[in-house]
Design a protein around this ligand. Structure first.
Ligand SMILES: *[C@@H]1O[C@H](CO)[C@@H](O)[C@H](O)[C@H]1NC(C)=O
Ligand SMILES: *[C@@H]1O[C@H](CO)[C@@H](O)[C@H](O)[C@H]1NC(C)=O
Ligand SMILES: *[C@@H]1O[C@H](CO)[C@@H](O)[C@H](O)[C@H]1NC(C)=O
Ligand SMILES: *[C@@H]1O[C@H](CO)[C@@H](O)[C@H](O)[C@H]1NC(C)=O
Ligand SMILES: *[C@@H]1O[C@H](CO)[C@@H](O)[C@H](O)[C@H]1NC(C)=O
Ligand SMILES: *[C@@H]1O[C@H](CO)[C@@H](O)[C@H](O)[C@H]1NC(C)=O
Ligand SMILES: *[C@@H]1O[C@H](CO)[C@@H](O)[C@H](O)[C@H]1NC(C)=O
Ligand SMILES: *[C@@H]1O[C@H](CO)[C@@H](O)[C@H](O)[C@H]1NC(C)=O
Ligand SMILES: *[C@@H]1O[C@H](CO)[C@@H](O)[C@H](O)[C@H]1NC(C)=O
Ligand SMILES: *[C@@H]1O[C@H](CO)[C@@H](O)[C@H](O)[C@H]1NC(C)=O
Ligand SMILES: *[C@@H]1O[C@H](CO)[C@@H](O)[C@H](O)[C@H]1NC(C)=O
Ligand SMILES: *[C@@H]1O[C@H](CO)[C@@H](O)[C@H](O)[C@H]1NC(C)=O
Length: 818
């Protein structure tokens, strides 16, 4: 958003400034009087040398705008804080003129047409002048009096909120001061995001998304807490002596303004075109750059219709398969708001369209259709040519929902089925989109149950057949008793039919997972670690060593590995029922999980965790427990999988710290997400979230659609407090469950998601509580941790903190640059 400094332009502007003032007027250089005009390279500078006004252009664009920026002595990178003619640029600044005309300040373009005006309805005729003040305010006032301004730029902010100016509304004048994002880095015209004070008087700031003539709320700061002088949902702005916000409300107006207490701190709030509000602080010599001190909301960026956000890819937004950017040139300018459009459309044309599942929650309006099943929902959408997607079971409602026209969606929550051309058209691309859809669901690995016995059997067989299958043994432990079969690359190639697409089960966080048939084991799941994947050698060996030593009915079994030709693979039992989330969050599958099964699954996961925490030879913290990492065998017995993130503790060790926070948003405990501090208790937290998901059949991630909304735990707690605990239970098992058992589970869940690790039980007391007799009193719980958001306050320090937030169910890393 900030324009690049152009040294020549600066030189010229200061040069012209001198000439121009001598030639025209005796007035100070901060003022445009009735007899003056400003054009070309000319600028005016505020009396104290803080701000400068003149023509500027943004980036490579050839358009010029009248703007106000910090004077170069203060901020050496040209940073525009206000723009006059946002929507009406001029192309030749030397023949365009800014001057006072009939009591207004007007900008005339090269053909002498007015393109921008202060637009005062009843202008004061006579001597009016425009003065640029040291706070960055451009004021139009009668020359004779120094009284109230006739007009001031502070009443019409653009995308930047400066200290001392108001953001709010006045019911007498009908004026609203709001920030509106630019369209992109080269175009200051109003973009789709605005930040304003809630007109309903709730004293909350809202970010509105203005799209297709309608505006919807994208984020809220939460109301102002007068007593504590903070916004309830952004506590990191509290107890802070650098920024002093004050809220003024009376019969005529309501507004906020703020001041900066630290001397010499130059800061500004900006509504970014990505949809975030940024607080930036200038770092002077030797850094000479703006530092991001704070930003909200954490949902980063916004991708427009049929486009997906991915924080690790460049650009951030990519079109869905079979879609392409509507405007490649806007795309190049990092303006993704236009989104993508279909490359082909087949409706009513012989070739049938198809639907691809995507994890997303549409922001646009849907239509509910009264049909019985997901299949009927699909065929209804298929028949309707303008139906672009359908979903079955949205938010809190079960049923068929369809969307038409352009579809805006964020990246989490429910499964949306998007219309795409039939597969045969472009098999490669379509398959990829299917894989993407599978990604979130099967980040894990798949198996058969009889693993343990097979394992024993094959250990024996392996010894006989080793040479035949090209196996070797790898010793993975200090003790010599754990041997892991190593398979040759050739036998893996044969087992997977040369890694054929047909055998691909999905794509995990680190690479594809294939089904294979190995002579000894029959069906296996082969997890391939892509070379460019984040899982390095260390993680690979980690997973290898850990799992080879773990033997428990509730942990997935590693059968062998392959390290050859630069390829690294892990071979697991194959689990035909795949992962828990496939059942839990699918309206048509969740019926298979009756109350008994759910309770057994909770117990099983608990036993698995207890084993790795306490009873295995090593003390292990899993760090990435979630529904997609729990696999189900034929009898729906749960097995914890994916130990790629796990850490071994010394037996006496209770906690550790890391700079590299890995895990999944929503399942991470607050102390881990914020400070990288993990322990058994961070697994207990994840277990609590998972437990609540199993009971409620709701995805924790679905609660993150808007940042201000509650977490799953928060939602459940609210119901509990209102004595509506039964409503937390998934409707499909509510009638059939044992109420005391279900409510006890919820109670245990709350204990597990307590804010303070010390308040959370250990896994052994969790198991104990789950199995306790009816009537046993459980320990009381406090309000659970509602949010695991990391505070992204880098302050004015020179270090760059990059904090990556994700709400999608994939495992993510939060990397902290040092
Ligand atoms: C401005 O111009 C008008 C006529 O064009 C002249 O009468 C007046 O004296 C000028 N004022 C100044 C301050 O130069
Ligand atoms: C602006 O121009 C420079 C130099 O011609 C070029 O490298 C850069 O990519 C351009 N930026 C955009 C956004 O087109
Ligand atoms: C100047 O503005 C007028 C009105 O907006 C427009 O019709 C005209 O084309 C503009 N002139 C140039 C050279 O852009
Ligand atoms: C000036 O105000 C009138 C009506 O109040 C409006 O129609 C017009 O668009 C405004 N012009 C500018 C340049 O803001
Ligand atoms: C302010 O807006 C309201 C409703 O939009 C309207 O009734 C009222 O006349 C307006 N007042 C002024 C001073 O423009
Ligand atoms: C403000 O009030 C109106 C009418 O009462 C209502 O429709 C709207 O949803 C409210 N907006 C917010 C943000 O609460
Ligand atoms: C939005 O409003 C403008 C002007 O009122 C209209 O021309 C346009 O068709 C509208 N767009 C949509 C999608 O409704
Ligand atoms: C914050 O600003 C308000 C109003 O400007 C003022 O009354 C208050 O003393 C200030 N607080 C601090 C800590 O400076
Ligand atoms: C509100 O506006 C009215 C009329 O302009 C004025 O008389 C009154 O003093 C204002 N009230 C406040 C608190 O500013
Ligand atoms: C995000 O982008 C990275 C790098 O381009 C890619 O490896 C990864 O698979 C993408 N994630 C998703 C969910 O598409
Ligand atoms: C139907 O498909 C043909 C060939 O693929 C194409 O030329 C034609 O435009 C399509 N018709 C419609 C209505 O999409
Ligand atoms: C206040 O915030 C600034 C910037 O966000 C930070 O540098 C400073 O350390 C904070 N002060 C306190 C007391 O939290």
């Amino acid at each position: 958003m900030d324009t690049k400094a152009n040294p020549i332009e600066f030189m010229l502007s200061t040069l012209f400034l001198g000439l121009y003032l001598k030639g025209h007027t005796t007035l100070a250089a901060d003022t445009i009087t009735a007899n003056q005009s400003l054009s070309g390279d000319q600028t005016i500078v505020s009396a104290g040398g803080n701000f400068e006004l003149g023509f500027f252009k943004a980036g490579n664009s050839s358009n010029y705008y009248i703007g106000i920026w910090y004077y170069k002595q203060l901020v050496s990178v040209q940073t525009v804080v206000w723009v006059a003619n946002r929507e009406q640029p001029v192309s030749d600044r030397f023949s365009s003129v800014l001057r006072i005309s009939n009591g207004n300040l007007l900008l005339f373009n090269e053909s002498k047409s007015p393109v921008w005006s202060t637009n005062i309805s009843y202008p004061t005729l006579g001597s009016v002048q425009a003065v640029l003040l040291d706070d960055g305010n451009l004021v139009l006032r009668a020359r004779s009096s120094s009284s109230l301004p006739l007009w001031q730029s502070f009443d019409h902010p653009t995308h930047t909120w400066l200290p001392g100016s108001k953001l709010g509304f006045n019911t007498v004048t009908n004026q609203t001061q709001m920030l509106t994002s630019w369209k992109n880095s080269e175009n200051p015209a109003p973009g789709i995001f605005s930040l304003q004070l809630d007109p309903n008087g709730s004293s909350s700031f809202l970010i509105l998304l203005n799209y297709l003539n309608s505006s919807s709320q994208y984020w809220t700061s939460g109301p102002w807490d007068k007593k504590n002088q903070i916004f309830s949902s952004i506590p990191e702005m509290s107890h802070n002596t650098t920024y002093n916000f004050s809220y003024v409300t009376n019969e005529n107006e309501s507004y906020f303004n703020y001041s900066v207490h630290k001397p010499k701190t130059i800061s500004r709030f900006v509504m970014q075109f990505s949809g975030q509000v940024w607080l930036l602080e200038w770092s002077p010599e030797p850094f000479k750059q703006w530092n991001l001190a704070w930003s909200k909301p954490n949902i980063y960026g916004f991708c427009g219709p049929f486009s997906r956000y991915n924080q690790t890819s460049s650009p951030f937004c990519t079109c869905l398969n079979n879609f392409e950017p509507k405007s490649q040139s806007e795309w190049n300018l990092k303006d993704y708001s236009g989104g993508c459009s279909r490359t082909t459309l087949n409706c009513g044309n012989g070739t049938q369209d198809q639907f691809k599942p995507m994890p997303s929650t549409p922001l646009s309006k849907s239509e509910q259709v009264q049909v019985e099943s997901i299949e009927d929902c699909e065929s209804f959408c298929l028949k309707k040519c303008d139906c672009t997607a359908y979903g079955y079971g949205y938010g809190n409602t079960i049923g068929c929902f369809i969307w038409s026209g352009d579809l805006l969606a964020d990246d989490n929550g429910n499964t949306l089925y998007i219309r795409v051309p039939a597969e045969s058209k472009n098999p490669a691309r379509s398959k990829r989109s299917l894989v993407i859809a599978l990604v979130s669901a099967i980040a894990g690995l798949l198996t058969i149950t009889s693993g343990y016995f097979l394992w024993k059997k094959t250990l024996r067989m392996r010894r006989k057949r080793r040479t035949k299958y090209g196996e070797a043994k790898i010793n993975v432990g200090e003790e010599n008793d754990t041997e892991l079969p190593v398979f040759g690359f050739k036998s893996i190639l044969a087992a997977t039919d040369d890694f054929s697409e047909a055998n691909k089960l999905g794509e995990g966080g680190f690479g594809p997972v294939y089904k294979g048939i190995l002579p000894v084991y029959q069906a296996v799941a082969i997890k391939m670690l892509s070379k460019k994947s984040g899982q390095g050698h260390q993680e690979f060996m980690n997973e290898l060593k850990l799992i080879a030593k773990l033997q428990h009915t509730n942990l997935v079994r590693l059968l062998g590995c392959c390290i050859e030709e630069g390829e690294r693979m892990l071979i697991y039992e194959y689990m035909p029922n795949r992962s828990l989330d496939r059942f839990l969050f699918d309206p048509s599958e969740k019926r298979k999980l009756d109350w008994r099964r759910r309770f057994r699954i909770i117990e099983g996961i608990g036993q698995g965790l207890l084993y790795i925490h306490k009873y295995s030879r090593l003390k292990i913290i899993h760090r990435d427990l979630k529904a997609s990492n729990v696999l189900l065998d034929e009898t729906m017995n749960p097995k914890i999988s994916d130990f790629g993130m796990a850490k071994i503790f010394d037996t006496n060790q209770t906690e550790a710290n890391t700079n590299r926070v890995v895990g999944t948003y929503g399942y991470m405990s607050p102390e881990y997400a914020r400070y990288g501090c993990f322990s058994e208790k961070s697994d207990v937290f994840s277990f609590g979230v998972l437990l609540l998901e199993i009971i409620s059949g709701r995805k924790n991630a679905a609660f993150y659609r808007y940042e201000h909304s509650l977490t799953l735990a928060g939602w459940a707690w609210k119901l509990w407090k209102e004595d509506r605990g039964m409503e937390v239970i998934d409707a499909s098992v509510r009638e059939t469950c044992q109420p005391h058992e279900a409510l006890r589970c919820i109670h245990v869940g709350f204990l597990c998601v307590q804010e303070a690790p010390a308040d959370r039980p250990t896994m052994s007391s969790v198991i104990h509580m789950l199995q306790a007799d009816q009537g046993t009193t459980l320990p009381p719980f406090k309000k659970p941790a509602f949010s695991t958001h990391r505070n992204s306050s880098a302050g004015g320090s020179s270090s760059q903190t990059s904090t990556i937030f994700s709400v999608n169910p994939l495992t993510i890393s939060i990397l902290e640059g040092r």
